[in-house]
Design a protein around this ligand. Structure first.
Ligand SMILES: *Cc1c(COP(=O)(O)O)cnc(C)c1O
Length: 399
Protein backbone atom coordinates (compact mmCIF):
# COMPACT_ATOMS: atom_id res chain seq x y z
CA UNK A 1 0.00 0.00 0.00
CA UNK A 2 1.38 3.44 -0.89
CA UNK A 3 1.95 6.01 1.85
CA UNK A 4 -0.87 8.11 0.40
CA UNK A 5 -3.35 5.23 0.32
CA UNK A 6 -2.56 4.39 3.93
CA UNK A 7 -3.32 7.97 5.03
CA UNK A 8 -6.48 8.03 2.95
CA UNK A 9 -7.72 4.81 4.57
CA UNK A 10 -7.08 6.29 8.03
CA UNK A 11 -8.80 9.55 7.09
CA UNK A 12 -11.75 7.53 5.90
CA UNK A 13 -12.23 6.16 9.42
CA UNK A 14 -11.54 9.20 11.54
CA UNK A 15 -12.01 12.49 9.71
CA UNK A 16 -15.49 13.94 9.42
CA UNK A 17 -16.59 13.88 5.83
CA UNK A 18 -17.41 17.54 5.52
CA UNK A 19 -15.33 17.87 2.34
CA UNK A 20 -15.38 15.88 -0.87
CA UNK A 21 -11.63 15.32 -0.75
CA UNK A 22 -9.43 14.39 -3.68
CA UNK A 23 -7.00 11.48 -3.26
CA UNK A 24 -3.99 13.69 -2.55
CA UNK A 25 -2.09 13.59 0.73
CA UNK A 26 -0.21 16.87 0.94
CA UNK A 27 3.09 16.79 2.82
CA UNK A 28 5.32 19.53 1.44
CA UNK A 29 5.09 22.74 -0.55
CA UNK A 30 7.48 25.22 -2.08
CA UNK A 31 6.50 28.18 -4.23
CA UNK A 32 3.94 27.04 -6.78
CA UNK A 33 4.49 23.34 -6.10
CA UNK A 34 3.00 20.82 -3.72
CA UNK A 35 4.19 17.25 -3.10
CA UNK A 36 2.19 14.28 -1.90
CA UNK A 37 3.13 11.52 0.53
CA UNK A 38 4.51 9.40 -2.31
CA UNK A 39 6.73 12.16 -3.64
CA UNK A 40 4.56 13.10 -6.61
CA UNK A 41 4.70 16.84 -7.40
CA UNK A 42 1.81 19.08 -8.43
CA UNK A 43 1.61 22.54 -9.89
CA UNK A 44 -0.66 24.33 -7.44
CA UNK A 45 -3.08 26.70 -9.16
CA UNK A 46 -5.50 26.56 -6.23
CA UNK A 47 -2.99 27.77 -3.62
CA UNK A 48 -5.05 26.57 -0.66
CA UNK A 49 -8.00 28.47 -2.16
CA UNK A 50 -6.26 31.82 -2.51
CA UNK A 51 -4.39 31.49 0.80
CA UNK A 52 -0.87 30.87 -0.42
CA UNK A 53 -0.60 34.12 -2.36
CA UNK A 54 3.16 34.16 -1.80
CA UNK A 55 3.51 30.49 -2.73
CA UNK A 56 4.02 27.66 -0.27
CA UNK A 57 6.35 28.28 2.65
CA UNK A 58 7.62 31.69 1.60
CA UNK A 59 11.06 31.92 3.26
CA UNK A 60 10.34 35.31 4.88
CA UNK A 61 7.05 34.09 6.35
CA UNK A 62 8.71 30.89 7.59
CA UNK A 63 11.56 32.90 9.15
CA UNK A 64 9.11 35.20 10.92
CA UNK A 65 7.20 32.20 12.31
CA UNK A 66 10.40 30.52 13.47
CA UNK A 67 11.66 33.67 15.13
CA UNK A 68 8.34 34.40 16.83
CA UNK A 69 7.95 30.78 17.95
CA UNK A 70 11.10 31.10 20.04
CA UNK A 71 9.82 34.31 21.70
CA UNK A 72 6.11 34.05 22.47
CA UNK A 73 3.44 31.78 21.00
CA UNK A 74 0.35 33.07 22.70
CA UNK A 75 -0.76 35.64 25.18
CA UNK A 76 -4.14 37.05 26.03
CA UNK A 77 -5.70 40.03 24.32
CA UNK A 78 -5.90 41.48 27.83
CA UNK A 79 -2.37 42.61 26.97
CA UNK A 80 -0.79 44.40 24.03
CA UNK A 81 0.85 42.33 21.29
CA UNK A 82 3.55 44.08 19.21
CA UNK A 83 3.18 42.07 15.98
CA UNK A 84 -0.61 42.57 16.13
CA UNK A 85 -0.10 46.32 16.45
CA UNK A 86 2.38 46.34 13.55
CA UNK A 87 0.04 44.38 11.28
CA UNK A 88 -2.83 46.74 12.10
CA UNK A 89 -0.59 49.70 11.26
CA UNK A 90 0.33 48.20 7.88
CA UNK A 91 -3.31 47.47 7.02
CA UNK A 92 -4.43 50.98 7.96
CA UNK A 93 -1.52 52.67 6.21
CA UNK A 94 -2.52 50.99 2.96
CA UNK A 95 -6.30 51.27 3.13
CA UNK A 96 -9.24 53.42 4.24
CA UNK A 97 -8.99 51.68 7.61
CA UNK A 98 -8.24 53.32 10.92
CA UNK A 99 -8.65 50.39 13.33
CA UNK A 100 -8.47 46.61 13.10
CA UNK A 101 -10.01 43.72 15.02
CA UNK A 102 -8.21 40.39 14.61
CA UNK A 103 -9.78 36.95 14.59
CA UNK A 104 -8.98 33.57 13.04
CA UNK A 105 -10.93 33.09 9.84
CA UNK A 106 -13.01 34.71 7.16
CA UNK A 107 -16.27 33.62 8.74
CA UNK A 108 -15.22 35.15 12.05
CA UNK A 109 -14.25 38.40 10.37
CA UNK A 110 -17.69 38.55 8.75
CA UNK A 111 -19.37 37.72 12.07
CA UNK A 112 -17.54 40.67 13.59
CA UNK A 113 -18.59 42.91 10.70
CA UNK A 114 -22.24 41.91 11.05
CA UNK A 115 -22.19 42.48 14.81
CA UNK A 116 -20.50 45.85 14.38
CA UNK A 117 -22.90 46.97 11.64
CA UNK A 118 -25.96 46.05 13.69
CA UNK A 119 -24.79 47.73 16.87
CA UNK A 120 -23.61 50.82 14.98
CA UNK A 121 -26.88 51.23 13.08
CA UNK A 122 -28.99 50.64 16.12
CA UNK A 123 -27.11 53.24 18.15
CA UNK A 124 -27.06 55.76 15.33
CA UNK A 125 -30.46 55.29 13.70
CA UNK A 126 -32.68 53.36 16.13
CA UNK A 127 -33.84 49.90 17.19
CA UNK A 128 -35.44 48.80 13.95
CA UNK A 129 -32.25 48.89 11.85
CA UNK A 130 -30.82 45.37 11.69
CA UNK A 131 -31.22 43.95 8.20
CA UNK A 132 -28.10 43.15 6.20
CA UNK A 133 -28.46 42.97 2.42
CA UNK A 134 -26.09 40.59 0.63
CA UNK A 135 -25.87 39.24 -2.91
CA UNK A 136 -27.27 36.18 -4.60
CA UNK A 137 -24.42 33.66 -5.15
CA UNK A 138 -22.34 35.30 -2.42
CA UNK A 139 -20.23 33.34 0.04
CA UNK A 140 -19.46 34.63 3.51
CA UNK A 141 -18.55 31.56 5.57
CA UNK A 142 -19.93 28.51 7.36
CA UNK A 143 -21.06 29.69 10.79
CA UNK A 144 -24.78 30.13 11.40
CA UNK A 145 -24.63 33.90 10.91
CA UNK A 146 -22.48 33.68 7.81
CA UNK A 147 -24.51 30.93 6.12
CA UNK A 148 -27.51 33.13 6.86
CA UNK A 149 -25.65 35.94 5.10
CA UNK A 150 -24.65 33.74 2.17
CA UNK A 151 -26.89 33.96 -0.88
CA UNK A 152 -26.73 30.26 -1.77
CA UNK A 153 -29.28 27.68 -0.64
CA UNK A 154 -26.84 24.77 -0.71
CA UNK A 155 -24.87 25.98 2.33
CA UNK A 156 -28.07 26.24 4.41
CA UNK A 157 -29.70 22.88 3.73
CA UNK A 158 -30.47 21.08 6.98
CA UNK A 159 -29.39 23.90 9.28
CA UNK A 160 -32.55 25.96 9.64
CA UNK A 161 -33.72 28.14 11.22
CA UNK A 162 -31.37 30.69 9.76
CA UNK A 163 -30.45 33.84 11.67
CA UNK A 164 -33.11 36.41 10.79
CA UNK A 165 -32.28 39.77 9.25
CA UNK A 166 -30.71 38.97 5.89
CA UNK A 167 -31.94 39.69 2.41
CA UNK A 168 -30.37 38.87 -0.98
CA UNK A 169 -30.27 40.84 -4.21
CA UNK A 170 -28.82 39.94 -7.62
CA UNK A 171 -25.12 40.87 -7.71
CA UNK A 172 -24.31 43.81 -9.98
CA UNK A 173 -27.89 45.12 -10.13
CA UNK A 174 -28.10 48.52 -8.44
CA UNK A 175 -31.85 48.91 -9.03
CA UNK A 176 -32.52 45.60 -7.27
CA UNK A 177 -30.53 46.86 -4.30
CA UNK A 178 -32.43 50.15 -4.25
CA UNK A 179 -35.72 48.28 -4.36
CA UNK A 180 -34.66 46.03 -1.46
CA UNK A 181 -34.16 48.90 0.99
CA UNK A 182 -36.62 49.16 3.87
CA UNK A 183 -36.68 51.07 7.18
CA UNK A 184 -34.98 47.96 8.67
CA UNK A 185 -31.96 48.10 6.36
CA UNK A 186 -28.70 48.42 8.25
CA UNK A 187 -25.85 47.31 5.98
CA UNK A 188 -24.87 46.05 2.55
CA UNK A 189 -22.29 43.27 2.46
CA UNK A 190 -20.64 42.36 -0.84
CA UNK A 191 -17.60 40.65 -2.27
CA UNK A 192 -16.08 43.09 -4.80
CA UNK A 193 -15.65 40.01 -7.01
CA UNK A 194 -17.58 36.89 -6.05
CA UNK A 195 -15.18 33.97 -5.57
CA UNK A 196 -17.12 30.85 -4.58
CA UNK A 197 -20.14 32.06 -6.55
CA UNK A 198 -18.26 31.56 -9.84
CA UNK A 199 -15.71 34.40 -10.19
CA UNK A 200 -18.39 37.03 -10.90
CA UNK A 201 -17.20 40.54 -11.68
CA UNK A 202 -19.81 43.31 -11.27
CA UNK A 203 -20.40 45.82 -14.08
CA UNK A 204 -18.18 48.94 -13.99
CA UNK A 205 -19.66 51.63 -11.75
CA UNK A 206 -21.64 49.19 -9.61
CA UNK A 207 -19.48 49.49 -6.50
CA UNK A 208 -19.58 53.29 -6.75
CA UNK A 209 -23.36 53.27 -7.11
CA UNK A 210 -23.63 50.99 -4.07
CA UNK A 211 -21.46 53.39 -2.08
CA UNK A 212 -23.73 56.31 -3.03
CA UNK A 213 -26.85 54.38 -2.15
CA UNK A 214 -25.37 53.48 1.24
CA UNK A 215 -24.43 57.11 1.88
CA UNK A 216 -27.89 58.37 0.95
CA UNK A 217 -29.56 55.88 3.27
CA UNK A 218 -27.13 55.74 6.17
CA UNK A 219 -26.16 52.12 5.53
CA UNK A 220 -22.90 50.51 6.56
CA UNK A 221 -21.02 49.26 3.48
CA UNK A 222 -19.08 46.05 4.14
CA UNK A 223 -16.70 44.53 1.60
CA UNK A 224 -15.87 40.90 2.13
CA UNK A 225 -12.33 40.82 0.73
CA UNK A 226 -11.52 37.49 2.35
CA UNK A 227 -10.73 35.95 -1.04
CA UNK A 228 -9.96 38.89 -3.33
CA UNK A 229 -8.02 41.04 -0.83
CA UNK A 230 -4.30 40.78 -0.08
CA UNK A 231 -3.17 41.36 -3.65
CA UNK A 232 -5.21 38.71 -5.44
CA UNK A 233 -6.61 41.09 -8.07
CA UNK A 234 -3.37 43.04 -8.62
CA UNK A 235 -4.13 45.78 -6.12
CA UNK A 236 -3.73 45.27 -2.39
CA UNK A 237 -7.53 45.33 -2.01
CA UNK A 238 -9.96 44.60 -4.83
CA UNK A 239 -12.16 47.65 -4.19
CA UNK A 240 -9.17 49.91 -4.88
CA UNK A 241 -9.61 49.30 -8.62
CA UNK A 242 -12.76 51.42 -8.51
CA UNK A 243 -11.47 53.82 -5.90
CA UNK A 244 -14.55 53.29 -3.75
CA UNK A 245 -14.05 52.78 -0.05
CA UNK A 246 -16.25 50.70 2.24
CA UNK A 247 -16.89 51.39 5.92
CA UNK A 248 -15.83 47.90 6.92
CA UNK A 249 -13.64 45.36 5.17
CA UNK A 250 -13.06 41.75 6.13
CA UNK A 251 -9.84 39.88 5.37
CA UNK A 252 -8.55 36.38 6.05
CA UNK A 253 -7.18 33.73 3.67
CA UNK A 254 -3.85 35.16 2.40
CA UNK A 255 -3.34 37.78 5.12
CA UNK A 256 -0.68 35.85 7.03
CA UNK A 257 0.84 33.97 4.08
CA UNK A 258 -0.62 30.63 5.20
CA UNK A 259 -1.35 30.55 8.96
CA UNK A 260 -5.00 31.02 10.03
CA UNK A 261 -6.00 34.63 10.55
CA UNK A 262 -8.96 36.94 10.06
CA UNK A 263 -9.34 40.70 10.33
CA UNK A 264 -12.04 43.32 10.37
CA UNK A 265 -10.79 46.70 9.16
CA UNK A 266 -12.93 49.74 10.00
CA UNK A 267 -13.04 53.48 9.90
CA UNK A 268 -12.78 55.17 13.29
CA UNK A 269 -16.44 56.15 13.42
CA UNK A 270 -17.56 52.56 13.05
CA UNK A 271 -14.76 50.99 15.08
CA UNK A 272 -15.81 53.06 18.09
CA UNK A 273 -19.01 50.96 18.31
CA UNK A 274 -17.14 47.92 19.58
CA UNK A 275 -15.96 49.03 23.00
CA UNK A 276 -14.42 46.86 25.75
CA UNK A 277 -16.36 43.63 26.32
CA UNK A 278 -18.47 43.83 23.16
CA UNK A 279 -16.50 41.35 21.06
CA UNK A 280 -13.43 39.17 21.31
CA UNK A 281 -11.45 36.10 20.34
CA UNK A 282 -8.98 34.10 22.43
CA UNK A 283 -6.58 33.43 19.58
CA UNK A 284 -7.42 36.52 17.51
CA UNK A 285 -4.28 38.38 16.44
CA UNK A 286 -1.99 36.12 18.44
CA UNK A 287 1.77 36.73 18.27
CA UNK A 288 2.53 33.83 15.94
CA UNK A 289 0.03 34.54 13.16
CA UNK A 290 0.44 38.29 13.27
CA UNK A 291 4.24 37.96 13.03
CA UNK A 292 3.60 35.91 9.89
CA UNK A 293 1.10 38.54 8.75
CA UNK A 294 3.61 41.36 9.07
CA UNK A 295 6.17 39.37 7.07
CA UNK A 296 3.59 38.40 4.43
CA UNK A 297 2.31 41.96 3.98
CA UNK A 298 5.84 43.28 3.63
CA UNK A 299 6.64 40.74 0.92
CA UNK A 300 3.39 41.61 -0.83
CA UNK A 301 4.11 45.34 -0.72
CA UNK A 302 7.86 45.43 -1.19
CA UNK A 303 8.94 42.48 -3.30
CA UNK A 304 7.12 43.22 -6.56
CA UNK A 305 4.40 40.65 -5.95
CA UNK A 306 1.51 42.92 -6.98
CA UNK A 307 3.29 43.82 -10.20
CA UNK A 308 3.86 40.14 -10.94
CA UNK A 309 0.19 39.47 -10.25
CA UNK A 310 -0.84 42.07 -12.82
CA UNK A 311 1.53 40.83 -15.56
CA UNK A 312 0.96 37.14 -14.95
CA UNK A 313 -2.77 37.75 -14.58
CA UNK A 314 -2.87 39.33 -18.02
CA UNK A 315 -0.78 36.54 -19.46
CA UNK A 316 -2.89 33.76 -17.94
CA UNK A 317 -6.07 35.51 -19.00
CA UNK A 318 -4.83 35.89 -22.56
CA UNK A 319 -3.89 32.21 -22.73
CA UNK A 320 -7.29 31.18 -21.32
CA UNK A 321 -9.10 33.45 -23.81
CA UNK A 322 -7.13 31.84 -26.62
CA UNK A 323 -8.10 28.41 -25.35
CA UNK A 324 -11.74 29.46 -25.06
CA UNK A 325 -11.75 30.36 -28.76
CA UNK A 326 -10.75 26.78 -29.59
CA UNK A 327 -13.28 24.94 -27.44
CA UNK A 328 -16.99 25.29 -28.10
CA UNK A 329 -17.87 24.27 -24.54
CA UNK A 330 -15.84 27.14 -23.07
CA UNK A 331 -18.19 30.08 -22.63
CA UNK A 332 -16.41 32.91 -20.91
CA UNK A 333 -13.18 33.87 -19.17
CA UNK A 334 -13.55 36.40 -16.38
CA UNK A 335 -11.90 37.79 -13.27
CA UNK A 336 -9.17 40.21 -12.40
CA UNK A 337 -5.47 39.80 -11.67
CA UNK A 338 -4.92 36.22 -10.60
CA UNK A 339 -8.45 35.25 -9.75
CA UNK A 340 -9.72 33.94 -13.05
CA UNK A 341 -12.62 31.73 -13.96
CA UNK A 342 -13.45 29.87 -17.16
CA UNK A 343 -17.14 29.16 -17.44
CA UNK A 344 -18.02 25.99 -19.30
CA UNK A 345 -21.28 24.77 -20.74
CA UNK A 346 -20.41 21.35 -19.27
CA UNK A 347 -19.65 20.12 -15.73
CA UNK A 348 -16.10 20.87 -14.65
CA UNK A 349 -15.67 18.23 -11.95
CA UNK A 350 -14.08 15.58 -14.16
CA UNK A 351 -11.65 18.10 -15.61
CA UNK A 352 -10.46 18.96 -12.10
CA UNK A 353 -9.99 15.25 -11.28
CA UNK A 354 -8.05 14.54 -14.45
CA UNK A 355 -5.91 17.65 -13.95
CA UNK A 356 -4.96 16.39 -10.49
CA UNK A 357 -3.97 13.00 -11.91
CA UNK A 358 -1.77 14.83 -14.39
CA UNK A 359 -0.16 17.05 -11.78
CA UNK A 360 -2.20 20.26 -11.88
CA UNK A 361 -4.36 21.51 -9.00
CA UNK A 362 -7.32 23.71 -9.91
CA UNK A 363 -10.91 23.65 -8.75
CA UNK A 364 -14.39 24.20 -10.04
CA UNK A 365 -17.04 26.42 -8.47
CA UNK A 366 -20.80 26.30 -8.98
CA UNK A 367 -20.36 23.11 -11.01
CA UNK A 368 -19.10 24.64 -14.24
CA UNK A 369 -16.58 27.43 -13.57
CA UNK A 370 -12.94 26.36 -13.54
CA UNK A 371 -11.17 28.64 -11.07
CA UNK A 372 -7.52 29.62 -11.28
CA UNK A 373 -6.02 31.23 -8.18
CA UNK A 374 -2.29 30.42 -8.37
CA UNK A 375 0.26 32.06 -6.07
CA UNK A 376 0.80 35.69 -7.07
CA UNK A 377 4.46 34.77 -7.46
CA UNK A 378 3.69 32.35 -10.31
CA UNK A 379 6.06 32.45 -13.29
CA UNK A 380 5.33 32.42 -17.00
CA UNK A 381 6.94 28.98 -17.28
CA UNK A 382 4.62 27.64 -14.57
CA UNK A 383 1.59 29.08 -16.34
CA UNK A 384 2.74 27.50 -19.61
CA UNK A 385 3.17 24.16 -17.88
CA UNK A 386 -0.26 24.35 -16.25
CA UNK A 387 -1.98 25.30 -19.48
CA UNK A 388 -0.31 22.52 -21.41
CA UNK A 389 -1.87 20.05 -18.98
CA UNK A 390 -5.25 21.77 -19.15
CA UNK A 391 -5.20 22.06 -22.94
CA UNK A 392 -4.45 18.33 -23.17
CA UNK A 393 -7.51 17.56 -21.06
CA UNK A 394 -9.87 19.94 -22.89
CA UNK A 395 -8.69 18.55 -26.24
CA UNK A 396 -9.93 15.09 -25.18
CA UNK A 397 -13.44 16.40 -24.52
CA UNK A 398 -15.97 16.31 -27.34
CA UNK A 399 -16.38 19.83 -28.66
C1 LIG B 1 -13.30 31.70 2.15
C2 LIG B 1 -14.26 32.82 2.28
C3 LIG B 1 -14.93 33.08 3.48
C4 LIG B 1 -14.82 32.18 4.68
O1 LIG B 1 -13.55 32.13 5.20
P1 LIG B 1 -13.19 30.99 6.27
O2 LIG B 1 -11.79 31.33 6.68
O3 LIG B 1 -13.29 29.68 5.55
O4 LIG B 1 -14.15 31.09 7.38
C5 LIG B 1 -15.73 34.20 3.55
N1 LIG B 1 -15.89 35.00 2.50
C6 LIG B 1 -15.27 34.78 1.33
C7 LIG B 1 -15.47 35.73 0.20
C8 LIG B 1 -14.45 33.67 1.16
O5 LIG B 1 -13.88 33.42 -0.01
Amino acid sequence: MSASNDWIARADRRIMKTYGRYPLVAVRGEGCRLWDADGKGYLDFLAGVAVNNLGHCHPKVVAALQQQATQLLHCSNYYHIPSQIELAEILCEHSFGERVFFCNSGAEANEAAIKLARKFSREKHGEERYEVITAVASFHGRTIATISATGQEKVKAGFSPMLPGFKYVPFGDIEALRAALTPSSCAVMLEPIQGEGGVNVPPPGYLRAVRELCDQNGLVLIYDEVQVGCGRTGKLFAHQHEGVEPDLMTLAKALAGGPPIGALVAREEHAATLGPGTHGSTFGGNPLVTAAGVAAMKVLLEDGVLENCVTMGEYLRGRLEEMKSRYGFAREVRGQGLILGMELSIEGGEIVKTALERGLLINCTVGSVLRFVPPLTVTRAEIDEALEILDGILAEIEN
